[in-house]
Design a protein around this ligand. Sequence first.
Ligand SMILES: Nc1nc2c(ncn2[C@@H]2O[C@H](COP(=O)(O)OP(=O)(O)O)[C@@H](O)[C@H]2O)c(=O)[nH]1
Ligand SMILES: [Mg+2]
Length: 357
Amino acid sequence: MQIRTYTAPSMKDALTRIKSELGTEAVIISTREVSDSGYGIMSRPMIEVVAAVDYDGDTLLKNTRGRKAYSGTTDTFAMNAGTVLNPENVSDDIVELKKMLKSFMARSGINPEPENPVREKLLSRGVRSNLVDLIFSKLGTDTGEEAIRTLLGKLLRTQPPSPERIWVFLGTTGVGKTTTIAKLAGRAALREKKRVALLTLDAYRIGAIDQSRIYAKILNIPFFSVTTPDEFKTALNQLSSMDLILVDTVGRSPFCNDYPSELQKYFENVPACRFLLMPVATRDQEMDTITKTFSRMKIDRMIFTKADEAHFSGSMITHNLLYRTPLSYITTGQRVPEDIEPATTSKIIASTLGDAQ
Ligand SMILES: Nc1nc2c(ncn2[C@@H]2O[C@H](COP(=O)(O)OP(=O)(O)O)[C@@H](O)[C@H]2O)c(=O)[nH]1
Ligand SMILES: [Mg+2]
């Protein structure tokens, strides 16, 4: 964080200098009236403003470069969103300081700019504040909901699974991997009449395979449980006639550093579509940690789970705009196989902003 003190004849002059030197992400920490260096009646009242920005010089430069590109196409915006909003640079302190500044201004009788109701709506539905700032810096502070829906419609990425016949389901424990696999297996086997098999990687021999075994039995499809990369490859060879092989993973917390690298050993030279599953109600900080941890597995698609349990679903927009991994499915309940839907941009937008008027 850089902290600088500015002295200027008016608040407006001070803010202009802060904006040009520290950028628009700068926050005001304190303001006070002071006198300039003149004596007696010659001295003029001045205002002293302490401002801070949460970037080191290098990142600030990147940030400024990123901002210039916003005037380009929406794709340029999207690409640069990654640079500007690298989650490692995103600090809760900035949000906290902005809140403090607002309450300070309110108490001092200074009227902050009236908030745009759409901005409030996006924030209250869980879209990350830095992204909301970015959207409004692109579209203008008085932008209406329609323009935001149109922009999101262009930026959000949804895609069906990639064409490989092996699908791998990754994510922390309890996010809904096994249930989602059962839903997809049920649909593929019963509705699409595909030859489907279930395979569980129990790398740590935790023994949590009964659930998958039961689903396989109900669907009358082959089931394998493997505990080493060699066993995994042998099982894949035996399943070479299958149209779809759904691979469940049971294991440790992703905060265990060796977990993704252990898993990675199974998938060397195995063409597969790798899904990362995450509940809609995941908090920002966990979202960043989990995404970063599993990024070593080269995630191809996202599945957001438990949409029915979340009060708001801005996390899907946040994740999609920040990490750009296309979303394939959204799960909406515990019923197998009913509660799963292919993702569409209009569904993501409607789940956050409500149906368009
Ligand atoms: N409400 C709700 N519960 C779900 C959903 N998907 C899975 N679950 C429940 O979440 C719990 C953990 O699911 P499971 O598939 O075992 O998670 P895993 O540890 O990732 O394999 C189970 O009780 C599931 O019924 C969903 O979309 N909505
Ligand atoms: Mg499971």
